[in-house]
Ligand binder design. Structure first.
Ligand code: AHM
Ligand code: MG
Length: 329
C-alpha cells in the first residue's frame, strides 16, 4: 500500500473550506512555499556556487549585505509579485515598503528572507520569516503598517533543515516537514509544554552584562534551572522553544562598557522578526513582550525596520521576566 502524507496544501484547503473562506490565501501561501523551496535550493548549493559571501554593499541599517540576502529577497519578491495577491511588502532587504498589486492585492506580507546572517558563511540553519495581514476590504486602504494583532498568519521556514511552522489566527500553530519531493507534510500542532523539565533558555550570553540590572539578577538566580541553547538564528532558536518550552530573549543592551554600543531599542526587527514569532508563540499558548513589558502584538510600527527587545516563550517565564523588567528601582 502506498502511503500519502497530508500536505500543507491539503491542510490549508480543508481549513479554508471549513471556514467558508476564499482561495486567495492558498494562492498566496503557494507563492511563499515556492519561494522557500527555491531559497532552500540556493542555500544548499551555496558553498559550491560561491554564494555564501558578501554582496559588497551595505544596507539601510548599516549592515553588510550577503549574496544570499540578495538572492533570497529577489526570490521572495518574484513569487509574491507573481501571485497577484499582494498589495505591499516590507522586506528586511528593502529600504522602503514596496507596492505590488495596488488594485487587486489583498495581503500585506512582511518578511525577512534570510534571518540569522552569522550562520550563512557556515551554511548552518537560517530562517525565512513572514507575517501576513489583510488589506481593508470594506473601505479605502491607507497602507498603514500593521501590528502583530492584525496579522492573520505568521510562519517560518528553517532552511536548509526543511521544517515549516505556521500559525493561523485563532487556529493554532502547526509544524510541517519537507519530504522527498519537497512537499511540506505531516501537520503537527505545536503547544508549549507546561512541564518545566524540558524548558530551555536561549540568548546571547556574551551580552549578559549589558542587560538591565534586574534581568541580570533574575538570570543569576534562575537560568541554571534550565538547559541553555543558542544557535544565533531566531527561527532555529524559537523552533526549539516551541517544542521544548522555555524562554528566548534578545533584551535591550543598556549597560555596554562603550555607551555608544548600547541598543536600548533592542536588536530584532518588530515587523518581520518579533511580531512573527510572537504571533506564532501566542497561537501555541505562549506570550511575547518587549523591554517595557508590553505585549509585542500590540506594538504598532512607526517605521518598517523598527527594532524591539524581545522576550518570547512559556507564559510563566515571561511573567517572571515581566515582573523584573517593570519593577521600580
Ligand atoms: P539578522 O537579521 O542580521 O540575521 O539578525 C537577526 C538575528 C536573529 O536571527 C538572531 O536571533 C540574532 O540576530 C542573533 O544575534 P547575535 O549574533 O547578536 O546573537
Ligand atoms: Mg533578520
Amino acid at each position: 500500500m502506498l502511503n500519502f502524507e497530508h500536505t500543507f496544501m491539503d491542510f490549508l484547503l480543508e481549513h479554508q473550506e471549513r471556514h467558508n473562506r476564499t482561495y486567495h490565501f492558498l494562492i498566496l501561501m503557494n507563492s511563499l512555499l515556492n519561494a522557500a523551496k527555491r531559497i532552500q535550493y540556493y542555500y544548499l548549493t551555496g558553498a559550491l556556487r560561491g554564494n555564501l559571501g558578501l554582496a559588497g554593499s551595505v544596507n539601510v541599517q548599516g549592515e553588510n549585505v550577503l549574496k544570499m540576502d540578495e538572492i533570497a529577497n529577489e526570490v521572495v519578491k518574484h513569487y509574491l509579485s507573481r501571485s497577484g495577491r499582494v498589495i505591499q511588502i516590507v522586506s528586511e532587504e528593502e529600504e522602503e515598503p514596496v507596492l505590488m498589486n495596488i488594485d487587486g492585492g489583498r495581503y500585506f506580507v512582511y518578511y525577512d528572507p534570510m534571518d540569522g546572517s552569522s550562520n550563512v558563511p557556515h551554511n548552518l540553519p537560517i530562517g525565512f520569516l513572514f507575517g501576513v495581514a489583510k488589506r481593508n476590504l470594506e473601505g479605502p486602504e491607507d497602507l498603514h503598517l500593521r501590528s502583530g494583532r492584525e496579522y492573520i498568519a505568521a510562519g517560518m521556514f528553517v532552511i536548509p533543515t526543511g521544517t515549516f511552522t505556521i500559525a493561523l489566527r485563532q487556529a493554532g500553530c502547526w509544524r510541517f516537514h519537507i519530504d522527498e519531493i519537497m512537499n511540506y507534510v505531516k501537520p503537527t500542532q505545536m503547544t508549549l509544554p507546561d512541564d518545566r523539565k524540558s524548558w530551555e533558555i536561549s540568548y546571547n550570553s556574551a551580552n549578559r552584562e549589558t542587560y538591565a540590572r534586574g534581568l541580570q539578577g533574575w538570570l543569576a538566580v534562575n537560568e541554571k534551572k534550565y538547559a541553555f541553547r543558542y544557535l544565533g538564528a531566531l527561527a532555529g532558536d524559537f523552533h526549539r522553544i516551541l517544542t521544548n518550552g522555555g524562554l528566548f530573549m534578545y533584551p535591550a543592551i543598556v549597560n555596554h562598557p562603550d555607551p555608544k554600543k548600547n541598543k536600548p531599542q533592542g536588536k530584532l526587527r518588530l515587523m518581520y522578526e518579533a511580531a512573527v514569532t510572537a504571533f506564532m508563540c501566542c497561537e501555541a499558548g505562549g506570550l511575547a513582550i518587549d523591554e517595557n513589558g508590553r505585549d509585542i502584538l500590540d506594538l504598532v510600527p512607526e517605521k518598517p525596520h523598527q527594532r524591539t527587545a524581545l522576550y518570547l516563550g512559556s507564559k510563566q517565564l515571561i511573567q517572571e521576566v515581566l515582573e523584573v523588567l517593570t519593577k521600580k528601582p
